[in-house]
Design a protein around this ligand. Structure first.
Ligand code: FCB
Length: 437
């Protein structure tokens, strides 16, 4: 069955951050620090999904999706990151899973979408190797409860973005600015993934995947310094997170670090445990030029000549085909089936006087990206699912509530949900799909 779904993440939609025994996460801390997010916005309430989930499941049932990718908040299940399990937190996801199944929607949980328990941040966060084993313990707790009903699991969401934004540049929680000193946070996330694969399988999980953010990398010119810089960027963004998992080895990281002294014997074997699928999040390509001197071996030259989203991200549907066929060319038989675990765009989405939201640009975006995915499939890439980011407008991290990605509009004053034109378009589209292929 081809999975057609929508995607969300816990901190971006749940709210209820202080309820029913949930512990604090790095995003609670970070978003409450002055100047970290636009307008000082936080996920304290977000879409209030923790209370309104039945309405949100009904919206998905109305849409006609057969899958839903959501994330589980580690600090809701284990408030201190390890030790005492918080039963109400686990009960929440248990109820959600049952409601999804009753609506004919396959639950696809992600175990880590950036909301590390604050208690673990205090011991070093992803710079602390011990957190890897604690993640596997957490995975075992959740799967112990849900694996009888959840066939497909995703360990981590976008370890690249978490490393780069959270540990290198300080734009996301936990707000560290280590630049290349952030590399251990990559390795430890990958090791945590590998250990969690084992824990999930032991607890009865049938299928396990990892979601990576991938981007086609375009050199700004054919000149050798630009081509070399583009290659260095490709190593950091794509290969650093795909090579160890699919090939059991790191790419040449000498442009970034003299030695991989945080990698221990046996780690790569753990990281390379076979997967049932690779989750790919695609938003746009990246254009790279030779470095200008800030210490990194590349410079982001910006993609020009394409329309942009409200975020300013270039809209390049064929980049998805290029990315998928590129993965197949690079990894060959080692590439597992692919799930597009996120794809979507932010738009202004101002309701008209009659309350409707005519997000024609999002309809066009989705239509053209799905077509590009199908071109890749026709070229031999085994794609098994496509998830729109996102079901609801939500807390877009450092951008707060300004960037709206939803098929469903959320009025954050009243929590009123209004399906946009793209929701109705996607519902019609899904009616025409044969989900067996
Ligand atoms: C991805 C994140 C997701 C959302 C989209 C727009 O990088 O995984 O949470 O913020 O971008």
């Amino acid at each position: 069955m081809f999975l057609w779904g929508t995607a969300t993440a816990a901190y971006q939609i749940e709210g209820a951050t202080g309820e029913d025994g949930r512990g604090a996460s790095v995003w609670d801390t970070f978003s409450h620090e002055p100047g970290r997010t636009k307008g000082g916005q936080t996920g304290d309430v977000a879409c209030d999904h923790y209370h309104r989930w039945p309405e949100d499941v009904a919206l998905m049932a109305g849409l006609g999706v057969n899958a839903y990718r959501f994330s589980i908040a580690w600090p809701r299940v284990l408030p201190q990151g390890s030790g005492q399990v918080n039963a109400p937190g686990l009960d929440f996801y248990d109820r959600l899973v049952d409601a999804l199944l009753a609506a004919g929607i396959q639950p696809v949980p992600t175990l880590f979408h950036w909301d590390l328990p604050q208690a673990l941040e205090e011991r070093g966060g992803w710079l602390d190797r011990d957190v890897c084993a604690l993640f596997a313990d957490y995975a075992a707790v959740v799967a112990g409860r849900l694996a009888d009903r959840v066939p497909l699991w995703i360990t981590l969401n976008e370890p690249f973005v978490h490393m780069a934004y959270g540990y290198a540049m300080g734009l996301h929680a936990p707000g560290r600015t280590l630049m290349t000193g952030a590399l251990p946070a990559a390795h430890h996330q990958l090791l945590a993934h590998g250990l969690a694969v084992q824990a999930l399988r032991s607890a009865g999980a049938r299928q396990v995947a990892l979601t990576n953010n991938c981007t086609p990398v375009w050199p700004a010119s054919r000149e050798e310094p630009d081509v070399r810089a583009a290659d260095a960027y490709d190593v950091l963004h794509n290969r650093l997170f795909n090579d160890p998992v699919l090939r059991g080895e790191y790419p040449d990281l000498s442009a970034y670090t003299p030695a991989l002294d945080f990698v221990r014997d046996g780690d790569l074997k753990t990281i390379a445990a076979p997967l049932d699928a690779l989750g790919v999040n695609y938003y746009n390509p990246t254009r790279i030029a030779a470095p200008t001197g800030d210490g990194l071996p590349f410079d982001d030259a910006g993609v020009t000549g394409f329309p942009t989203t409200a975020f300013g991200w270039p809209v390049v549907p064929d980049g998805l085909r290029e990315l998928l066929t590129g993965l197949k060319a690079r990894y060959g038989a080692a590439l597992p089936p692919i799930l597009i675990t996120e794809n979507g765009c932010s738009q202004e989405d101002v309701p008209a006087a009659d309350g409707t939201i005519d997000d024609a640009a999002r309809v066009d975006f989705l239509d053209r990206h799905i077509a590009a995915m199908r071109r890749a499939m026709a070229e031999g890439v085994d794609v098994r699912g496509y998830f729109v980011w996102s079901l609801l407008d939500n807390f877009e991290w450092a951008e707060g509530y300004d960037q709206r990605f939803g098929l469903v509009h959320v009025d954050f004053e009243t929590q009123r949900r209004t399906p946009k034109r793209s929701y109705h378009w996607f519902a019609e589209f899904l009616k025409g799909q044969n989900t067996d292929t």
